[in-house]
Ligand binder design. Structure first.
Ligand SMILES: *Cc1c(COP(=O)(O)O)cnc(C)c1O
Length: 367
């Protein structure tokens, strides 16, 4: 916490705005819109998952449709596709950013059209661990096939590509403020919309799709997805620390990179070129099998020193729940990442000494 969150939460109580709308929600949306470069187009919601879901609703995704999704991600990127009765089609990653491979995306769409006679209804690339996906290339493919992009920027608030903030590349962009993200509202999310009109429609869907009449009247299915004014108070306070948090995550990443630079068989993930500017939500490493150690052995060794690490996301095409979904491989890039990668402690409150202790423990585990 930065310090002012409690004040805004108290304001919600003092003024009686303990409901899923109110001054904190409006202010949080305004601050987010200004920060990300989408003023008047950000809608605060109850979760990032809700944001992805409403993005799909807005894009008209429904039963029988297919939606192309990055396989290397958290399940929340793909679950909303299923909520809509649609089928996720998974695409593998490229090596530079670990995100959706634009060439595999193109081949996937061509194949889906050949096999089903229809194009997928939407494309969901993800900026995993904060690393921007190759959005220019992905948008080129999306434009060629005339398919809208819904960007999963849940982990990438503050990340930039060519100086432009992640979450503003797609027709829609989803953000998350879950407890583990770069800023938090305890639980929450937001949808970046193409214009004010779309934002108004998203708010309408998020508040049970009540038509403007003196009695309750509904023409379409609604959702209870709006952010609480209490949670938004936390969000308003957190906006004070967003820039310092992003800066600190980048410092932590730079420190890990320096400390592990000479460790054989360990590579810290890096921005592939100057256009990419990850927020480094999590610092991650790849451990070469030639070290004779698996990431899980390192994870257990560090756990014994009271240091928590996690394996990278297990790809969606390897999850039992998505066993039937079509999958377009890029030669196993994300499968290898899952086999060889580890997420390191990366929280903004960690001290340089914490990072040094972790780096030393990694070296010992591999020694
Ligand atoms: C956290 C996360 C989400 C979901 O956000 P919630 O706010 O937890 O619902 C979606 N996609 C990715 C990649 C995430 O990391």
């Amino acid at each position: 916490m930065g310090g002012t969150e409690q004040h805004w939460v108290n304001e919600a109580f003092r003024t009686g705005w303990v409901v899923p709308l109110g001054p904190n929600v409006d202010e949080f949306e305004r601050l987010l819109g200004d920060y990300i470069g989408a003023p008047g187009r950000v809608v605060a919601l109850s979760a990032g998952t809700a944001a992805i879901h409403l993005g799909l609703v807005m894009l008209g995704v429904g039963a029988g449709d297919e939606v192309v999704c990055q396989s290397f991600t958290f399940s929340a990127s793909a679950n909303p596709v299923v909520y809509q009765g649609a089928t996720p089609v998974f695409v593998g990653s490229e090596k530079d950013t670990w995100n959706m491979d634009p060439e595999a995306l193109d081949a996937c769409i061509a194949d889906r059209e050949r096999k089903t006679g229809r194009k997928p209804k939407a494309i969901i690339p993800v900026h995993l661990y904060g690393m921007p996906a190759k959005m220019n290339e992905i948008l080129e493919v999306a434009c060629k096939w005339d398919i809208p992009v819904l960007e999963d920027a849940a982990e990438a608030l503050g990340s930039e590509l060519d100086g432009r903030r992640c979450g503003t590349y797609g027709v829609y962009g989803a953000l998350s403020f879950n407890g583990n993200k770069i800023i938090t509202t305890s639980g929450g999310g937001a949808l970046v919309c193409p214009d004010a009109e779309a934002a108004a429609r998203v708010k309408f869907y998020a508040t049970q799709a009540r038509e403007n009449r003196p009695y309750y009247y509904h023409e379409v299915t609604g959702y209870n997805y709006r952010m609480s004014n209490v949670c938004a108070g936390i969000g308003v306070g957190q906006m004070d620390v967003l820039r310092p948090h992003v800066e600190r995550r980048r410092e932590i990443h730079a420190l890990y990179s320096r400390l592990l630079a000479d460790t054989p068989g360990v590579a810290v993930q890096q921005n592939p070129s100057a256009e990419f500017n990850s927020n480094f939500w999590l610092s991650t490493i790849i451990i070469d099998p030639e070290t004779g150690h698996t990431p899980d052995e390192v994870r257990v060794a560090l756990a014994n020193e009271n240091i928590e690490t996690r394996l990278l996301w297990r790809p969606m095409h390897m999850q039992p729940v998505f066993a039937d979904a079509p999958y377009y491989s890029t030669g196993g890039v994300e499968e290898k990442l899952f086999e060889r990668g580890l997420c390191l402690p990366s929280g903004s409150i960690l001290t340089d000494d914490d990072i040094r202790r972790t780096a030393e423990a990694i070296k010992r585990a591999l020694g």
